[in-house]
Design a binder for this molecule. Structure first.
Ligand code: MSP
Length: 639
């Protein structure tokens, strides 16, 4: 009997299209699932979508379609994305799936009947125009002593009280501390363990609100009309409902639960290591064996967000460089568990050095030399030397190292170890100098041996990289004409010399072409990020008017700033602009400019500025004023 291995990604919110950050989670889980399959496990890999909640209801309303039609569209896009990323999941759950809805209702009822869920009141802040609840900590305190403001739209929120169900989270506090402190395997990496205990558990847990009456888009509580199950019970339960828990057929649940590994981003570790085990304890079900909280992918040093316009679309990258290059980069560049920076420079750097120079070069030079020196068929005549043993020993120890790294989710270290082997193989080619051997008499067996050793290193590399880069091994094997699938098995990586002594090669394309860094970066600047959209309502919040500069002088102590008086209709406003390198105060006076008039005033170098003058250019280009075509009176609104 094969041993079961159950691994999960979080289920994703369909509030936006999925990006490179979510892709990172899925790719990591996929690499692990593939690795475990190769090691002979009976693997179940679950992913899916977390489709309920007020936010989705609101977005659907804005989009003018039903919530279900909206989530259907995003779920389709997500499935396509996982296909592109080569994520080989077994189950794709959606929290709107009928079987999940029924099972969640059953879970909710069971907890209620056991007394772990009870009815009480929820108190919080509510933004009526946005139809959204906020906690005390989320709302913005009002400067004028009035009610606090909505963190999204800035309008006042009101205190409301509604009937709601609560889960007795507080009851499980001690059991949870014992779980996290007494079982170091449960939550990894270690740093997250301390955070959970010190920041959440020790200060004390409050009971958790688990139902709402203010929106409809959720799993209905089947014994109390008007209530829907609020997010986390619905979402977390997916890990067991996907296996049939709470249905008539729970054979998979009995077979695969408890999960071996839940992989989640660091911001949701709390839900998975506090709320989720507490729910399972209340249900009397076994707890997952391990939760791993990975770090965030940040872009050029800042968190990815739609409003910053720095959201990276993995599809664009895959179309340019191929899926294996992107998977390699994500898993090699960022230490799993820590935050990591995504930059185009780093991506192209890795492709050029690791994939083109190291691996791609090892393959093309090996098959190239076999073709050139032996006419595509490497003869069996071979004389291994003691020197070759270094390569075969390194191959075996690399396999050990990769296994050890994978046990600890150290994807990056695993790949680093494989590349040490690839580089060593390239060095072996440089040291043995086949291009010299070919010219020496009587050295044919030695030459054949060197090329065989290189081909065998490539075969082994293809096995080792297969969890991370599912397409490349096939390309390597094709060029080496390896048709025996048995040679792709993990155990064969440990046994040097399994490749038939006499091989034929089939020279193919360059597997990872080198990229011209400078030209590519230029192109990527335009394709990588989608500009954030704003609605016409948002745009109309900005007030712009034509103004005329009536006075201007340099701000003392600054080379860049001009302090100017701008006539806008009947008023004269002071505006500070970073334009002094391009316009002298004399040139500036008399100019007709466009001023943003309702920006929050700011102090620049101690001087107040009550607006912003529009200009174009900057960085390397010269900055020029945006002005009007012909005479337009000061104070005229720009739209
Ligand atoms: N729906 C919840 C999870 C419920 S699980 C029972 C959720 N969804 S999410 O779509 O917001 O996030 C899903 C995963 O994507 C999280 O693990 C999150 O950390 C990951 N990422 C989202 N942005 C990310 C980065 N920029 N970098 C790395 N991972 C990121 O939370």
């Amino acid at each position: 009997m094969r041993k079961e291995y159950y691994i999960t990604t979080p289920i994703y919110y369909p509030s936006n299209k999925l990006h490179i950050g979510n892709t990172y989670t899925t790719v990591a889980v996929d690499a692990m699932a593939r690795y475990k399959k190769l090691r002979g496990y009976d693997v179940k890999f679950l992913t899916g979508m977390d489709e309920h909640g007020q936010k989705i209801e609101n977005i659907a309303k804005e989009t003018g379609i039903s919530p279900k039609a909206y989530v259907d569209r995003i779920a389709d896009d997500t499935r396509k994305l996982w296909e592109i990323m080569n994520a080989d999941y077994d189950i794709f759950i959606r929290t709107t799936d009928d079987y999940h809805v029924k099972a969640v209702q059953k879970i909710f009822r069971t907890l209620y009947e056991k007394g772990d869920i009870y009815k009480s009141y929820y108190e919080g802040w509510y933004c009526t125009p946005d139809e959204t609840f906020f906690t005390e900590r989320q709302v913005t305190a009002s400067a004028d002593g009035g009610p606090p403001k909505c963190p999204d739209c800035g309008r006042p929120v009101e205190k409301i009280k509604e009937e709601a169900y609560f889960f007795k989270l507080s009851k499980y506090q001690d059991a949870l501390i014992a779980l996290i402190e007494g079982n170091p395997e449960f939550l990894m990496p270690q740093s997250r363990r301390n955070e959970m205990v010190n920041n959440f558990l020790k200060p004390g847990l409050e009971d958790l609100c688990v139902s709402r009456t203010s929106f409809k888009w959720g799993v209905p509580v089947d014994f109390d009309e008007g209530h829907v199950v609020y997010v986390w019970i619905d979402a977390l339960s997916n890990y067991i409902t996907a296996l049939g828990y709470g249905s008539d057929n729970d054979a998979d649940y009995r077979r695969y639960w408890p999960a071996d590994l839940h992989v989640v981003g660091k911001e949701i570790v709390r839900f998975h290591t506090i709320i989720w085990p507490a729910i399972l304890m209340a249900l009397g079900e076994p707890l997952p064996k391990r939760v791993f909280g990975h770090g965030w992918l940040i872009v050029d040093g800042v968190k990815m967000s739609k409003s910053l316009g720095n959201v990276i679309d993995p599809k664009v990258l895959v179309a340019r460089y191929g899926v294996d290059a992107i998977r390699y980069f994500l898993l090699r560049e960022i230490v799993f568990g820590q935050d990591g920076n995504f930059t185009n420079e780093a991506l192209i750097g890795r492709i050029n050095s690791d994939l083109a120079n190291d691996l791609g070069n090892l393959l093309s030079r090996t098959v190239g030399m076999i073709e050139k020196y032996f006419g595509a068929r490497l003869p069996a005549l071979q004389e291994p030397t003691a020197f070759d043993k270094e390569i075969s020993d390194l191959a075996a120890s690399t396999v050990d190292k990769v296994e050890e790294c994978m046990d600890n989710m150290l994807f990056s270290d695993a790949l680093a170890a494989i590349w040490t082997f690839v580089r060593r193989s390239n060095k072996y080619a440089d040291e043995t100098q086949p291009w010299v051997l070919v010219k020496q008499e009587g050295k044919r067996p030695q030459l054949a041996n060197v090329l065989y050793t290189l081909a065998e290193s490539l075969r082994i590399t293809a096995v080792l990289i297969s969890p991370f880069m599912p397409n490349t091994p096939g390309l390597i094997r094709r060029q080496l004409s390896i048709t025996d699938d048995g040679l792709a098995a993990w155990e064969t990586a440990r046994r040097f010399g399994l490749l038939p002594r006499e091989i034929e090669i089939e020279k193919g394309e360059i597997i990872f072409p080198r990229i011209d860094l400078k030209a590519e970066l230029e192109k990527l600047r335009t394709v990588n990020t989608a500009e954030p959209e704003v609605s016409i309502e948002d745009f109309s919040k900005i007030s712009m008017k034509v103004g005329k500069v009536v006075a201007s002088e340099k701000v003392a102590g600054s080379d860049k700033l001009l302090k100017s008086q701008i006539k806008i209709g009947d008023e004269v406003r002071q505006v500070v602009s970073g334009i002094a390198q391009y316009y002298s105060p004399e040139e500036f006076v008399g100019k007709r400019v466009v001023v943003v008039t309702n920006l929050k005033p700011v102090k620049l170098r101690g001087v107040m500025s009550y607006g912003m003058i529009l200009a174009a250019g900057g960085d390397e280009g010269e900055l020029r004023l945006v002005t009007t075509d012909g005479h337009i009176a000061e104070g005229t609104v720009v739209r």
